[in-house]
Structures are given as C-alpha cells and as structure tokens.
Design a protein around this ligand. Structure first.
Ligand code: ZN
Length: 79
C-alpha cells in the first residue's frame, strides 16, 4: 500500500463527508486514479477505530501463552 498527499480538489470518498481529500491510498499495483481519497478527519477516525481492532496483544497474555506452551511441552517430554 502507498499513501500519497494530494493537492487535487476531489472530495473525501467516505460516505457523505463534505471535506476535501488530502490523501490518496492505493495498493502498489493500483493506479492513483483508482485510489481511495480521504480527508485527514476521516483518516484520524479510522486510525482510532482500527487501533481498537488491531491493537497488539497485552504482554501479560503473551507471557501466559508462552508459559502454557512450555508447560505442555514439558509434560510431553516426561512421557
Ligand atoms: Zn472525510
């Protein structure tokens, strides 16, 4: 993916958003003419929403998972 700042005067592609698009977002193999145009307000809101979905797992959970894995491997080694 690539993000390009634009000076074009097109509107944001997010529904009925009335703002002027400031960034174009496109796959590397996609022409910028076919990109997604978004304003900074919508990008900030998307960033916040995706942060809640894609947040990294808590370190404490990763430690517990590793401890469980070691425990299981340890029990199999005793058999
Ligand atoms: Zn917008």
């Amino acid at each position: 993916m690539k993000i390009v700042k634009t000076i074009a005067q097109n509107l944001c592609d997010n529904g009925a958003c009335p703002n002027r698009a400031e960034y174009l977002i496109a796959r590397e193999d996609t022409l910028l003419a076919n990109s997604l145009s978004l304003c900074s307000a919508c990008i900030k809101e998307l960033y916040s929403l995706f942060g809640g979905i894609l947040a990294p797992k808590a370190v404490s959970n990763l430690i517990k998972k590793a401890q469980m894995k070691n425990k299981i491997l340890g029990e199999e080694g005793k058999k």
